[in-house]
Design a protein around this ligand. Structure first.
Ligand code: PHE
Length: 344
């Protein structure tokens, strides 16, 4: 009898020993302890055993059963732990690895130039203003001393939307808006960066381009103020050695009017291909605000005077960064734009 128990016990422990994984272990458990298992079957033979031997038999079977249960539990615990370890290992992350690079956008060269100009003029007490790009004939021309049929309108080939509305050809349109809109009729000091539109399209002209306008109106504003301001502006943008040249010109809204050239910053005025061997680069229109403009927009020209200038931001950005085709500024090609990442 003892031998039978001992035999089953040994066989059982061997089976447990040999179970390679949790499934095998479970199979062994069913085979030994299940309803039709060997230990269960052994228990069932109890009734065939003489009465006095039964306690001893029962105890031996129980001992074997407990050992089997405990061996299975130990092994099960071992395999479960192995599985957990395997899972942890496979999910392990190296927190010291460098992260994948996030692509950063870069500031558009035009925005760089605009921000630089805004910072400079705000530091001198100017307001930064804006106006609509879809403008009326009234503000774009009439209130700037350019009535219907004025020949100077030909200087700016315009996109008309209706007979009264057009895409503004110049940020000067905001001059009239500010003057007229200023209820106190007090001093004005503003710059207006913004998009402008003309019917032209080649390597140096785009149908959409950007200007920055400046308007200063106060008592006793003179040409000296204009000249001093432009000197500060141009030296700041293009370098301390930049020199200015004022050539007489014509704009209906300023009198006198000037085209302002800057000394070529590439050759320092000696003459090169950038300045077409002249040593100078044409950059701005400027002048003393025409008394008619002040009058038409509610200011008394006997009391107030002013200066204004306007410059193409695209040209300025092109000179500053050595860009040769204006269209590059509007094509949004990242290969072009990302170069300016490294310029700060
Ligand atoms: N608006 C003019 C242009 O676009 C430039 C300008 C501005 C001239 C202000 C004089 C005063 O050509």
């Amino acid at each position: 009898m003892d031998n039978r128990i001992e035999e089953i016990r040994k066989k059982a422990l061997k089976q447990i020993e040999e179970a390679k994984n949790l499934q095998n272990l479970e199979l062994a458990r069913i085979k030994l302890l299940g309803r039709k298992g060997e230990i269960t079957a052994l228990m069932k033979t109890m009734k065939d055993i003489p009465k006095e031997k039964r306690p001893e038999f029962g105890e031996l079977v129980n001992q074997a059963k407990n050992q089997i249960i405990s061996d299975i539990a130990k092994k099960e615990e071992k395999y479960k732990q192995e599985l957990i370890n395997k899972k942890l290992e496979s999910e392990r992350i190296d927190v010291t690895l460098p992260s994948s690079k996030v692509k950063r956008g870069s500031k558009h060269p035009l925005n760089r130039v605009i921000e630089e100009i805004e910072d400079l003029f705000v530091s001198m007490g100017y307001d930064v203003m804006e106006g609509p790009e879809l403008e009326t004939d009234e503000y774009n021309f009439e209130r700037l001393n350019l009535p219907q049929g004025h020949p100077a309108r030909d200087m700016q080939d315009s996109f008309y939307i209706t007979t009264e509305h057009l895409l503004r050809t110049q940020t000067s349109a905001v001059q009239a808006r500010t003057l007229l809109g200023n209820k106190e009729k007090g001093p004005i000091r503003e710059i207006v960066p913004g998009k402008t539109y003309r019917r032209e399209d080649d390597a140096t002209h785009s149908h959409q381009f950007n200007q920055v306008e400046a308007l200063v109106v106060d008592k006793d504003i003179s040409f000296a103020d204009l000249k001093g301001t432009l000197e500060i502006f141009m030296k700041h943008m293009l370098g301390e050695n930049t020199e200015l040249r004022f050539r007489p010109s014509y704009f209906p809204f300023t009198e006198p009017s000037y085209e302002v050239d800057v000394s070529c910053f590439k050759c320092n005025g000696k003459g090169c291909n950038l300045c077409k061997k002249t040593g100078w680069i044409e950059l701005l229109g400027a002048g003393i605000v025409h008394p008619n403009v002040l009058k038409m927009n509610g200011y008394d020209p006997d009391e107030y005077s002013g200066f204004a200038f306007g410059t193409g931001l695209d040209r300025l950005a092109m000179f500053k960064y050595g860009i040769t085709d204006i269209r590059l500024l509007y094509e949004n090609d990242v290969r072009f734009l990302s170069q300016f990442d490294r310029m700060d």
